[in-house]
Design a protein around this ligand. Sequence first.
Ligand code: PLP
Length: 660
Amino acid sequence: MPVKTGAPPDIGTALADAVSMFDATLTGVQDGDWDTASPCSDWSTRDVVGHVIGTLCKVALIARGEPTQSAPSQPGDAAAGDAVKAWRDAAAAARTAVAEADPELQVDTPAGRQNLARALAFPVSDVVVHAWDIAAATGRPLQLPDSLLAHIVYTCAQVPEAALRGPGRIGEAQPSAPGADDTTRMMAWLGRDVERWATADGAGAPANRNAATDSAELLALDRAHVWHPFQPMPGVDDQLLVTEAEGVRLTLADGRRLIDGMSSFWAAVHGYRNPVLDKALAEQASRFPHVMFGGLTHEPAIRLARTLVDLTPDGLEHVYFCDSGAVSIEVALKMCLQYWRSSGRSEKRRMLTWRRGYHGATLHAMSVCDPDAGGHASWQGLLPEQVFLPAPPASSATSLRNATADPTRTEGEQIDPEYVEAMTRTVAQHADELAAIIVEPVVQSAGGMRFHDPGYLKVLRELADEHDVLLVFDEMATGFGHTGALFAADHVGVTPDVMCLGKTLTGGYMSMAATLCTTRVADGIRRGERPVLVHGQTFMANALTAAVANASLGLLVEGDWKGDVARIERALRRGLQEAVHLDGVVDVRVLGAIGVIELDHPVDKRMTEAAVDNGVWLRPFGNLIYCLPPYVCTDDDIARICAAMVAAASVGADPNPPRH
Ligand SMILES: *Cc1c(COP(=O)(O)O)cnc(C)c1O
């Protein structure tokens, strides 16, 4: 059996295996050996057994969620009299306690709060270490079962690499590096011997050895070579290493399991390893993965286009498949530019948008992002210069601070006449040079998780029609239910000329986006000198991706997404209420399956850590702690996400903010 090191083996199995291995080593101990010192340390075998009994008492206490200080600490005493019987009693008690333990238990350890498997990993390894002691003292080889080897390799992988290069004998353990505790010293010793065991019994040895430092090594390689979004190179932030994900939970290399409060960034709404999506992927893989889309076509793409036309607002009839969100914005802008060029009005080439927008990271998409956040000043001459309105006024209807906030708010009540006036003036003033108005409807996500009244979309539609400008809705984030309507445009029944979709489209499995347009736009482009849309991509309409997207939309349409989002909205309102009165909290707002805590200070790493300590993955940014939970979250999952957000918000402002 190959040793699997990606995830921690079940802690109950590891304990059982450690116990039987330790037991096997005791059978060879001669009467005279009990009280002579082991060559590995100055402990006698009786001391070692006594120490292991103490460790097992600790295991039992940890498994019951009790403080561990009360465990016996005098090695010799614990194994006085019949050492083997005392040891077997302790082992039985520890195994019972672990079998009855709540696997979700959070345990306070010197290294911080940990889940049960993590808190027990070291004590279980400790039992193995001492089996090694006795085997060495009695001159016999030690056979490690694969499950235990995996457990130890896994546990060692949690230790910083520097510690693994530490001293080779427990008795010689050097004074630890600053901050390292006994556990680290012990694991340093363990790490060395994992190598020896792996080499000695030859079972898949090289792979095992490598695995011991897999996580540490991978993360070092990650920092050296892999660029993460909006981050420097080499990397400075430690990323969390994900090894598995199922349902709404991510499993990290160190065994921690986190509820994904971000749905992989507005995407994995049906959860990971969803059987329906997995099946769609496998079935398509058994036919063909991809074919070029120039001159060839296929059922998954055709069906997907038809479904999108059916689901989106009436009038959007034609679908262009893209391989990412930013590309679908490029395509949308190109459609608008080509439309006016084909209509003989090529002077209409600027875009109008409001500030605080985000539309993707490619250059033309960047030109319509918020000019301050996008640093437009430093890109002068490179980015097309667009027309900007102030950011739309934020709606207060979604704020939990607002005692009268009503989640079933009536649309159009919060329109600010002055802002409408500014919109009207600006569109009229630039009408001759404007190709399109492009906005994120209802939610400005990257621009601050700001919600505005959907009534402004109606105003934009009227202005666009009146002044002969096209209207583009970027529903990459808002599409497929997040705001409580299937599309943000549905809140007010407005059809844009062009709509961009992505993120949730594939249920978070793969990258795909789509740009939809009306027949007016398609016809306009066709009338031109060059009647084609001048755009193409190698992996357009990838069949695997389209098959998964079809399955994902099937789950949405046939399931109760509306009920789920409404249920999550209620649970978020309940769970985040507590945050309203926290120090440093400016606003708490909820719209559909989106929950936001806005702070009066910037977020920092400690807030992510607080969330992770609470078993939840969040990615705070700016001065926002927010969540976009998968629709398959239970109420209990949402309560945990809210608790993690509140814990993160309670961290407070950084007393020593980094200086730039
Ligand atoms: C994420 C996002 C994009 C960009 O999509 P990518 O797939 O990251 O390129 C564009 N617009 C909005 C509103 C988004 O949320």
